[in-house]
Design a binder for this molecule. Structure first.
Ligand code: TXA
Ligand code: MG
Length: 352
């Protein structure tokens, strides 16, 4: 299959190409598209076979459910058993935006889309191309991140092409993605809402609307063996090819330790990459040093992280050291960054 790549920014929406993209989805095909979080790999959420194709294109186990993307509030009630008050309030506050809600599903949604579950994850993305595309596609687009299973989520169309070329009909190229980490997932099927995956809509923001909100223990405890409630969170995700270790401690100690290990590894013939920040990148001696951004504005780090992991892969880096960015219990986007970084590192975190 030849994959067509079509440039489409929020400022310049090409309605003819959009109609073509929508037609592909209606006919059971697959189109990757930009959202404000990461690129999505879209198929018709209401056609069982489309969801099947998504799993195959990604090489993803089919017990790992897909998020259904909508573009209008009136499209929510038909796909859920009921709309809880909490969902109304959250939609009012955060949609369109980087928040996914897990709700009891209606019969309209095939189990293939929900990985066999009785619940469905729904999100209205805050990106004009995404919203227009979902509308053109008929209103319900199932979309996981547009990477091969186990690779970092794509924040640029060239990374979508790297993983999906020849596997899908079309890629809508919307340039670099703004947020760079996947949406927050909140489960609204229990008495107390629970965060299943941290993202840029933080616990404090959700609590500001709903009162008390819990966090899935599997997120806080990471490698404790606790089964996460979002099936996808149990897989080793976001894995770069090089072995990644996070080094935590006082800044000068971290720089010294990373440089010491770098030399050691280089002597063994390894190619070493380091993830630092504005304050430290000039101090590292590795083969490839990447600047994740500025600690005073963690959104810069969220945006850069997956791109950096992919760049290391392209450079043949075999060992990676990263500074630590906040901790898993932290408030704000630091929790989401650490959640992804720890997974990428297979939970290798050391203190100096
Ligand atoms: O930002 C995002 O959410 C991106 C963009 C494309 O919208 N999508 C995304 O999808 O990250 P994906 O498939 O890579 O991750 C979806 C996560 C998985 O961990 C999955 O297990 C979980 O959502 N999930 C989906 N439906 C669920 C459900 N009914 N109950 C619990 N977890 C669910
Ligand atoms: Mg994903």
């Amino acid at each position: 299959m030849k994959t067509k790549i079509i440039p489409m920014s929020e400022e310049n929406i090409d309605s003819e190409a959009l109609a073509e993209a929508g037609g592909i989805i209606r006919n059971g095909g697959l189109v990757a598209f930009p959202t404000e979080t990461v690129y999505g790999l879209g198929g018709d959420a209401l056609q069982e076979e489309s969801s099947g194709r998504i799993y195959r294109a990604k090489g993803r186990p089919s017990d790992n459910p897909l998020i259904v993307h909508i573009c209008r509030m009136e499209d929510l009630p038909p796909i859920v058993a009921y709309v809880p008050e909490a969902a109304r309030k959250l939609a009012e506050a955060f949609w369109p935006g980087p928040l996914t809600m897990v709700l009891p599903k209606s019969d309209k949604v095939p189990r293939m889309t929900t990985g066999g579950l009785d619940t469905v994850a729904v999100r209205m993305p805050g990106h004009k191309v995404a919203l227009a595309f979902i509308k053109a596609a008929g209103g319900y687009v199932a979309a996981p991140s547009a990477n091969l299973s186990g690779r970092p989520s794509p924040t640029l169309a060239k990374y979508v092409a790297e993983d999906m070329d020849g596997r899908i009909e079309m890629i809508l190229d919307g340039g670099e993605i703004g947020i760079g980490l996947e949406s927050t997932i909140v489960d609204l099927t229990e008495d107390i809402p629970v965060i299943l995956r941290p993202g840029s809509v933080t616990r404090e923001m959700l609590e500001g609307v709903l009162g008390k909100v819990g966090v899935d223990r599997a997120i806080l405890e990471g490698n404790s063996g606790q089964a996460p409630k979002a099936p996808g969170m149990k897989y080793r995700h976001y894995a770069p090819k090089g072995e990644l270790t996070i080094i935590n401690g006082r800044q000068e100690n971290v720089v010294m330790e990373i440089n010491r290990r770098t030399r050691q590894m280089q002597e063994k013939g390894e190619r070493v990459g380091v993830i630092g920040t504005d304050d430290t990148v000039s101090l590292y001696l590795a083969d490839s040093v990447k600047n994740a951004g500025n600690r005073k504005d963690e959104t810069t780090i969220a945006k850069a992280l997956y791109r950096i992991l992919r760049e290391f892969d392209g450079e043949g880096v075999t060992v990676i050291y990263s500074e630590c960015f906040g901790d898993a219990e932290e408030n704000g986007i630091g929790q989401a960054i650490m959640n992804r970084l720890l997974k990428a590192a297979g939970y290798r975190l050391e203190y100096v």
